[in-house]
Design a protein around this ligand. Structure first.
Ligand SMILES: [Mn+2]
Length: 285
């Protein structure tokens, strides 16, 4: 039994193409997509159409992540159309518009998929963890917290969200974080996915990392109108792509409060941040 797991594509179609090509040559029995297909990148529509096509015609199993939720939330009549709360979500508005305001199929995605494999047990996939779709499993997550986040523990727990791949074993559970196809945050800009195998009565997993056309992925930020129409924060997302580091969390930490209190604009906060972005994975601090 061979299972491929990919996660956090984040509208990076160049990286997705490279991963799909590699997966199809590996010929897995099952392909799992752990959410965050769209948003935080320039090509939500292409990525969604590709994954939806695989879901419908090739049996790929797909769940929703928090970025699908951000896009779905734009589909509400009372969603702010100006002010700081609008500007902070401007890249999401871009993604929502690119999807032609049609999020019905995305909304219909489940948040969890469980597969039963007889003697091999249960393989369960969630975007982040059992706690919520924003409470992720990190390399430094302690064992007691990890146990809580996967309970009731299956034989294999597949996840994404953190953009930092890992394979851990905890009391009979193989925990696999597939990392991020489109926006890795471990300082390594290569794309990747997880290969999970049931062999000789045992589950094992390997993280595959792949070079792809990063320069073209950067160019897509301009060619698809993301930089021009997606607001100041698209510059920060571009920096995330180039550095392989999550800049947005740090930006939110530094400026969120001041922005909501109208003390600084999103544009100014982003300009300030770009003078002093993070330069190493934050768990190294
Ligand atoms: Mn996520």
């Amino acid at each position: 039994m061979k299972i491929a797991a990919l996660a956090d594509i984040h509208a990076n179609y160049r990286a997705l193409e490279t991963v799909i090509d590699h997966i199809e040559r590996w010929k897995p029995d099952v392909i799992l997509v752990a959410g965050d297909i769209v948003n935080r990148g320039p090509r939500s529509l292409c990525c969604w159409q590709k994954i939806e096509e695989k879901q419908q015609n090739a049996g790929w199993q797909v769940i929703r992540g928090n970025h699908e939720d951000y896009v779905i939330e734009r589909d509400q009549p009372n969603d702010p159309q100006n002010g700081p709360r609008y500007e902070m979500y401007q890249p999401v508005h871009f993604s929502y518009a690119q999807l032609k305001h049609d999020v019905s199929a995305i909304r219909a995605l489940p948040e969890q998929i469980s597969l039963e494999f007889g003697d091999a047990g249960e393989v369960r996939m969630l975007h982040a963890s059992m706690i919520s779709n924003r409470s992720g499993i990190y390399p430094e997550t302690g064992e007691i917290e990890l146990q809580r986040r996967i309970a009731p523990a299956p034989e294999v727990f597949v996840t994404g969200h953190t953009h930092r791949s890992l394979v851990r074993e905890l009391m009979g559970t193989l925990v696999v974080n597939a990392g991020s196809v489109g926006l890795p945050f471990d300082g390594d800009t290569r794309t990747g996915y997880a290969q999970i195998t049931w062999q000789q009565g045992k589950w094992s997993a390997e993280i595959i990392r792949l070079e792809y056309d990063l320069a073209q992925a950067e160019q897509d930020f301009y060619d698809f109108g993301f930089i021009e129409q997606g607001g100041p924060l698209t510059q920060l997302i571009l920096l995330e792509l180039k550095t392989g580091l999550g800049q947005l969390y740090e930006w939110v930490g530094r400026y969120n409060q001041a922005i909501l209190q109208y003390k600084i604009s999103v544009a100014q906060a982003t300009q300030n941040f770009l003078q002093n972005p993070i330069t190493e994975p934050y768990w190294c601090k």
